[in-house]
Design a protein around this ligand. Structure first.
Ligand SMILES: *[C@@H]1O[C@H](CO)[C@@H](O)[C@H](O)[C@H]1NC(C)=O
Ligand SMILES: *[C@@H]1O[C@H](CO)[C@@H](O)[C@H](O)[C@H]1NC(C)=O
Ligand SMILES: *[C@@H]1O[C@H](CO)[C@@H](O)[C@H](O)[C@H]1NC(C)=O
Ligand SMILES: *[C@@H]1O[C@H](CO)[C@@H](O)[C@H](O)[C@H]1NC(C)=O
Ligand SMILES: *[C@@H]1O[C@H](CO)[C@@H](O)[C@H](O)[C@H]1NC(C)=O
Ligand SMILES: *[C@@H]1O[C@H](CO)[C@@H](O)[C@H](O)[C@H]1NC(C)=O
Ligand SMILES: *[C@@H]1O[C@H](CO)[C@@H](O)[C@H](O)[C@H]1NC(C)=O
Ligand SMILES: *[C@@H]1O[C@H](CO)[C@@H](O)[C@H](O)[C@H]1NC(C)=O
Ligand SMILES: *[C@@H]1O[C@H](CO)[C@@H](O)[C@H](O)[C@H]1NC(C)=O
Length: 870
């Protein structure tokens, strides 16, 4: 464990230019001409607790926080230090009131670095199912496993990155390259997870679109994602708003800057957008070791420092902990701000019922041994039982297999080569069909690409409890399969005329602290091509065999051009990142027990140059990368449509073994859009109040005879009176520009979690009848795209996904009526002047397309004009 964290730790030494800067951004370099990105100040931090659905939780939190001392409050805001407990991070505790160290732990696809867990399919796979129920069920499984292991906060789902950069390393942790797919994926996951009592943490807020240079090092500063207001609202913020609307308990800030202000202390993002406009009621935490300023981050709205360490990890110092105690005692951070931090944290804890029988951690992510040091980060630590090997898998393998299966996306199937028959003569090629020859979980955090690719690498992983490889599953079903688990085509192989070759290839990526085959997280070296000479392997097979099936496990878009049009390549499947049930889910589809029903959660281009230059990876040895989002909303299919570039396979594409017909389309008006802007928001409800007097210094003094663990982060000060002396002196703190303690007027776009509730009024509803017109059972995925009218006065993508549904399995001839709802927000643009969502009155001029991909529309409706089939 230590080496991978240490490499991360070295990268985390914050650049001097941001240290000590109260705003985190370099406002001194700001250029008001608008040529330089600038994040405007937004103070003070809005209080949580003004919404009725959180009222009970806030009431409980209020009572408790009223009775907490300064040290107890600070304890809950600050991690105790990296490696200072079983989880990736844990806060201090409040023994007096029975509040344990709150355990925060990875990952979005399963509990990381433990045993007897499920390694679920990754987010990108979940997105490809387009199945809201499976998204929810997987969330339940994740939550149950987190709870069973004693994880209070499971760090996921991930909706940032959003796939802006096709080579970006962590795109696979999210649900696809579209804000609505991400938003629905996130909301369903959060609802599922939190139904079990585990707190979800939606991440990374925001603009973490490439891995390289995301953090500061001695010579570079983490890059700045410079995103304009409209692009932020209509694209990158969208899934976070859906997550907040789903009552997510916590939000993790990204490593990078936005507009030259570090996300962990960007007041506009946290105070302004997240807590005020989106009405977020939970707590905000840093990404691991992304905390770079004490007072600055507190004022900017941060609520929790993770894992608590300061500039140099493992030294036992922190920007918060004792320094947060000091900054309250010396009057710099209002006690009101600290109270709000703790109230938010405890409100989330109460809301999920974690005060009732929530297990303590019974595993250690630091070791597989049963016994070990309780605080490995301390050189001298008491030991004890750290792993109880609790089996939390239940029947989650069923969900894992269903997700992986229903994600499998059939791109091509000439002459109906698929499904295969059990007695077909099969020759299987590629290491991606087999096991890792060095053993299951043989590389930490999946930082290698050996055997079938089940997930990318980094913190977004979990160990495989077992792995059903494609080889295992095919061997179990087929009576005539011959395996060549190699990436160099064996010249000795004989190809009979009836033989079918199945070639397995893959493309991997991951998190920046591990480099695999020269790729530092991002697909820097591999580009969008198959790894391990996969293209050569397919071409070699196509030279010998007249029937070739290609199976691809990939983190994202992959270029297929070297072989996709070769005559023998009849069928191509993308199996995404399937997790532990890789083999079974694949054979379920290959041999026809199920029709494929996955759809592409991104576009597959002919070549990488089809993308705009502005989404290339940026390398720069010194200084800070300014990553300007000049392409605006034109990401993935939005770009291809705008530039009229034909993709190889469009977003949403996915074939079945059967065919579907769409008929009887009908559009109904549900809530008339009488006004351009939504009706005005309700006023904010009241929030908990506390005395605003600075607590006595003694509350931060070390307890008598305290048995302290070396390098552990505590809330205590050696000489707390020295801090109050500062408060009594005339010394003042250089507050950031725009700092105030007077609340801002409530933003008009807000009003509830996610924003003004009227934004989710269903404006229109489209009904269609989907009929299975083929000869096999299958599931259709009607996708609804909108085209907004020019009358809005803004350049807008010609198609934007706004809704989708997945039918049940329809037998041949069987029909299902599908209803797709469109909200006010779905037909609105973000008005940067008014700072609100603006829709065409009555939806005048809105066009709606329903089809099987962004380019395969089957139904067109025009508001006011009715619908037709195409
Ligand atoms: C970033 O800067 C742009 C102007 O360049 C502005 O529209 C936007 O609101 C800023 N966003 C944040 C979060 O600072
Ligand atoms: C906190 O103190 C108040 C009195 O100030 C008391 O009524 C309440 O029960 C206490 N809450 C807890 C959790 O002890
Ligand atoms: C703060 O947390 C630490 C570690 O869990 C604990 O030992 C200490 O007692 C806590 N302090 C207070 C004041 O509760
Ligand atoms: C109060 O303490 C904080 C934390 O150490 C420090 O950053 C700040 O400068 C202090 N305020 C004053 C006025 O000295
Ligand atoms: C660990 O979890 C198991 C099952 O959820 C539970 O029985 C046990 O008490 C937990 N261990 C601790 C230390 O809470
Ligand atoms: C799931 O695991 C259980 C045992 O825990 C096993 O009985 C069952 O067959 C598995 N289901 C699938 C779909 O693999
Ligand atoms: C394979 O099985 C099918 C029935 O599933 C049968 O019709 C066919 O003749 C068999 N082919 C061979 C070569 O045995
Ligand atoms: C092998 O296939 C049979 C059905 O053909 C199935 O019941 C069994 O679970 C499979 N075993 C494995 C390990 O996949
Ligand atoms: C600062 O003032 C407060 C009351 O205003 C007092 O309680 C405290 O003792 C003073 N601290 C010092 C160090 O003088």
């Amino acid at each position: 464990m230590a080496p991978r964290w240490l490499s991360l730790a070295l990268l985390a030494v914050a650049a001097p230019s941001t240290l000590g800067s109260p705003t985190g951004g370099r406002l001194d370099t700001r250029d008001d001409s608008g040529n330089e990105a600038f994040s405007p100040p937004y103070y003070p931090a809005p209080h949580g607790g003004w919404l009725s659905n959180w009222a009970e939780a806030y009431e409980k939190a209020h009572h408790l926080v009223s009775n907490l001392t300064l040290a107890e409050k600070v304890n809950l805001t600050t991690g105790t230090g990296i490696f200072m407990g079983p989880c990736a991070g844990q806060t201090g505790s409040v023994p007096r009131f029975g509040i344990p160290n709150i355990c925060l732990h990875d990952s979005p696809l399963g509990v990381r670095n433990t045993d007897h867990n499920t390694a679920f399919p990754a987010g990108i796979t979940v997105g490809a199912t387009f199945d809201k129920e499976l998204m929810y069920e997987r969330g339940v499984g994740l939550g149950e496993e987190a709870r069973g292991k004693g994880v209070n906060v499971l760090l996921g789902p991930s909706v940032g990155p959003m796939g802006r950069k096709p080579r970006g390393g962590r795109n696979w942790e999210g649900f696809g390259f579209d804000p609505v797919l991400q938003g629905i994926g996130a909301a369903q996951t959060i609802k599922g997870m939190q139904s079990t009592g585990a707190i979800a943490s939606i991440k990374h807020f925001v603009g973490n679109e490439q891995e390289m240079h995301r953090m500061s090092s001695v010579v570079t500063q983490g890059y700045s994602s410079n995103i304009n207001d409209r692009t932020l609202h209509e694209f990158y913020l969208w899934p976070f708003a859906e997550g907040v609307r789903a009552e997510v308990g916590s939000v993790m800030m990204a490593y990078n800057d936005v507009n030259r202000s570090a996300c962990s202390q960007n007041s506009k993002l946290i105070n302004g957008i997240l807590k005020d406009e989106l009405g977020f009621q939970g707590f905000v935490l840093t990404d691991w070791l992304a905390h770079i300023g004490g007072v600055s981050s507190a004022l900017a709205g941060l609520d929790m420092s993770m894992p608590g360490d300061g500039a140099i990890p493992l030294f036992g110092d922190s920007y918060w902990g004792p320094e947060l105690s000091r900054s309250v005692l010396n009057g710099t951070v209002p006690v009101d701000r600290l109270n709000d931090m703790v109230t938010r944290i405890l409100a989330a804890w109460f809301k999920m019922g974690q005060d009732q029988d929530y297990p303590l951690p019974n595993f250690s992510s630091n070791t597989d041994d049963e016994e070990g040091p309780l605080y490995p980060g301390a050189l001298i630590s008491p030991s004890g039982v750290v792993n109880q090997y609790v089996n939390v898998q239940a029947d989650h393998n069923v969900t894992a297999r269903a997700v992986a299966r229903d994600a499998i996306t059939l791109l091509k199937n000439e002459g109906d080569l698929l499904p295969l028959r059990r007695n077909d003569s099969l020759k299987i090629f590629g290491t991606d069909a087999g096991p890792d020859p060095q053993g299951l979980n043989s590389c930490a955090d999946k930082g290698c690409n050996r055997g079938v690719l089940t997930m990318g690498w980094g913190s977004g992983t979990s160990k495989l409890p077992y792995l059903i490889t494609p080889q295992d599953a095919i061997a179990n079903i087929s009576s005539k399969a011959e395996f060549h688990i190699t990436d160099s085509f064996p010249s000795s192989v004989e190809a009979g005329s009836e033989d079918i070759a199945i070639v397995f290839i893959n493309s991997d990526s991951g998190e920046n602290y591990i480099t695999v085959d020269g790729n530092p997280g991002d697909r820097t070296v591999s580009g969008l091509h198959a790894w391990h000479n996969g293209d050569e392997l397919v071409k070699a097979a196509a030279e010998k065999f007249s029937q070739v099936v290609v199976v691809i496990h990939t983190v994202g878009p992959i270029i297929l051009e070297e072989w996709i049009d070769l005559d023998p390549v009849k069928a191509v499947l993308i199996a995404h990142l399937p997790g532990q049930e890789a083999g079974n889910s694949l054979t379920d589809v290959l041999f026809g027990a199920y029709s494929p029903s996955g759809h592409l959660p991104y576009t597959i281009p002919y070549q990488e140059s089809n993308y705009p230059e502005s989404v290339d990876l940026i390398q720069q040895p010194f200084g800070q990368i300014q990553d300007d989002y000049t392409e605006g909303l034109y990401i993935d299919y939005r770009h291809f449509l705008k530039e009229d570039i034909r993709p190889r396979y469009p977003f949403g594409h996915g074939l079945s073994y059967t065919t579907f017909e769409y008929s009887e389309p009908a559009l109904s008006v549900i809530t008339p859009l009488d006004t351009e802007y939504p009706p005005s928001r309700p006023d904010k409800g009241s929030t908990p109040t506390y005395p605003d007097t600075i607590p006595p210094a003694s509350e931060a003094a070390w307890p008598k005879n305290f048995d302290r663990i070396w390098r552990y982060i505590y809330p205590y000060l050696d000489n707390p009176e020295s801090a109050t002396a500062v408060a009594n002196s005339s010394e003042t703190y250089p507050y950031p520009d725009g700092y105030t303690t007077d609340p801002q007027p409530a933003p008009r776009a807000g009003g509830a979690e996610g924003g003004n509730t009227a934004l989710w009024d269903v404006a229109f509803s489209v009904q269609i009848t989907v009929t299975n017109t083929g000869r096999r059972p299958g599931r259709a995925v009607p996708q609804l795209y909108v085209e907004l009218p020019d009358s809005l006065g803004l350049d807008t993508p010609s198609r934007q996904l706004r809704q989708f549904e997945k039918t049940k399995t329809l037998k041949p001839g069987e029909s299902e009526v599908v209803t797709l709802d469109i909200t006010r927000k779905d037909v609105s643009v973000w008005d940067v002047v008014v700072q609100d969502w603006k829709a065409p009155v009555a939806g005048e001029g809105v066009k709606i397309y329903v089809g099987e991909s962004v380019l395969d529309s089957r139904v067109e409706c025009e508001v006011g004009g009715g619908c037709s089939t195409l």
